[in-house]
Design a binder for this molecule. Structure first.
Ligand code: 5GP
Length: 184
């Protein structure tokens, strides 16, 4: 890697490389091997959550060698009439997941509320089982009890971009993960 890509500027924030692509891919290899082992014969349906998971999903799926299906969903947020405020609705799910082994592929689990909501919503469609695969987890921020079986990496409670993750729409295209530089 050249020095000039170690620090990037996106809008008002600067970011420094914190996890290089080669290190990310080592962990993606590890998670893929676990999934290949655990879900063999189950014909899983991988549901990749756009936009953030697109790079992880691509690298992960290239390493999955068992028969499987891959599909993509988006979560649309809207202000619902509910005590929890923002509700996230799954859009683009065309598959019938009844009786299926489903693997959710996410970019990052922060508070875990998004994942919890996703599990609840998918759960009503009567899948056989749901597994969670995520590139990143921020354990210090996790507010809900989730069984995250396939987490590639754990990171501290800092804002990151790159490898699919954005800051205000930018930064998704970088191959490495960058952490925000606290300028104060
Ligand atoms: P949660 O519901 O777990 O609190 O939030 C999950 C979502 O928040 C992720 O899917 C992602 O879109 C966003 N998110 C959480 N932490 C970060 C971060 O450090 N960087 C970026 N770019 N997005 C994040």
């Amino acid at each position: 890697m050249t020095m000039d890509t170690d620090i990037i500027q996106i809008k008002d924030k600067r970011f420094a490389v914190s996890i290089a692509e080669a290190d990310i891919l080592k962990e993606v290899d590890r998670v893929a091997a676990l999934i290949n082992h655990d879900l063999k014969g189950k014909n899983p349906l991988f549901l990749c959550v756009l936009n953030g998971s697109f790079m992880f999903a691509s690298d992960l799926m290239k390493r999955i060698s068992i028969p499987c299906e891959v599909s993509f969903v988006k979560l649309a947020s809207y202000q619902g009439v509910s005590s929890t405020g923002v509700i996230k609705e799954i859009i683009g799910l065309n598959e019938d997941i009844t009786g299926r082994t489903v693997v959710i592929v996410e970019d990052i689990v922060d508070t875990g509320l998004t994942m919890q909501r996703l599990l609840e919503s998918l759960g009503t469609r009567r899948p056989k089982e749901i597994h969670i695969a995520t590139l990143l987890v921020k354990p210090d921020k996790l507010k809900v009890d989730l069984d995250i079986e396939y987490a590639a990496m754990q990171i501290p409670n800092e804002f990151i971009v790159g490898y699919g993750l954005d800051y205000d729409g930018f930064g998704r295209n970088y191959k490495d993960i960058y952490t925000v530089i606290n300028e104060d």
